[in-house]
Design a protein around this ligand. Structure first.
Ligand SMILES: [Zn+2]
Length: 272
């Protein structure tokens, strides 16, 4: 009951602060000026890449963080920044329709994107990252660098990794790149992006144990985290549950992190 009252209280607060849109792409400068940073101090920045994803769309790493950020925005009183869709693709470069941005270019470009968000008044920059590999290390490194230089708080989250416990809970087994968990997440967002009629288990290969073998490109676009786990089944109810629970867990992380930054008084004043 107490939790319910608390949740209603939070909903009431965010409704009172709601701008006409939470999309930075859609808001105009006059309204932006009225709400950021006086009413909204947090921005969610979705990042991904374009690479082969089993029977999913090549842009699955973009579809997922955008849907997640939109689902989270009201509950964490945030704006949603436009997606950065091209990224540092790794071992799947070479598959049809896949793009690769060099690490140097990505580092420079993303530094300016983060700096731009800070200079527009956001205090909490939350990167909802949809793609792993070297991209994670680059984002973490520049998020710290820009945070220190601009005196803003930054958080980088790999949603699928942070929510790996929910993969085990909902599917009863571990997942994989374009495995059951990621396929389900996209199925929950838009099932037209999933093609079960093209699926076969031979599209999946377990990730090799460290230093055993390295293939470039990786021999299949579905990369299982564990042998014999994560092969795709198509279950809409599980997909919807996974999306809901991932969203809730991500909201919890952002709320708790921002609350602790506030409590610690970090970067709150103009010249701290
Ligand atoms: Zn992916």
């Amino acid at each position: 009951m107490k939790i319910l009252v608390l949740a209603l209280g939070v909903a009431a607060i965010s409704a009172a602060q709601s701008p006409s849109t939470r999309e930075m792409n859609d808001i105009n400068w006059m309204e932006f000026r009225e709400v950021v940073p006086s009413k909204i101090k947090t921005v969610l920045l979705p990042t991904g890449t374009v690479e082969a994803h089993g029977v999913l769309n090549n842009g699955a790493d973009n579809t997922a963080p955008v849907a997640l950020a939109r689902a989270m925005a009201g509950d964490v009183n945030a704006m949603v920044a436009p997606l950065v869709p091209y990224g540092v693709t790794g071992s799947l470069d070479g598959y049809a329709g896949t793009f690769q941005v060099s690490e140097e270019a990505y580092r420079l470009f993303m530094t300016d994107v983060l700096r731009g968000l800070a200079r527009n008044g956001f205090k909490n920059i939350i990167i909802v990252n949809g793609h792993g590999g070297p991209q994670t290390a680059i984002l973490s490194e520049i998020a710290e660098k820009v945070g220190r230089a601009e005196r803003v708080r930054t958080l980088v989250v790999n949603w699928w990794a942070y929510c790996s416990d929910l993969t085990l809970k909902v599917f009863g087994e571990d997942g994989g790149h374009a495995g059951w968990n990621e396929t389900a997440f996209i199925q929950a967002v838009d099932k037209k992006l999933v093609h079960p009629e093209r699926y076969k288990d031979s599209l999946a290969t377990p990730r090799p144990a460290a230093s055993t073998w390295i293939a470039f490109p990786f021999p299949s676009p579905i990369i299982l985290y564990q042998p014999n786990q994560g092969y795709v089944k198509f279950d809409q109810a599980k997909a919807d549950q996974y999306f809901r629970e991932v969203t809730q867990k991500m909201v919890g992380l952002v709320r708790e992190t921002v609350a602790k930054w506030d409590e610690a008084g970090i970067f709150q004043g103009g010249n701290q």
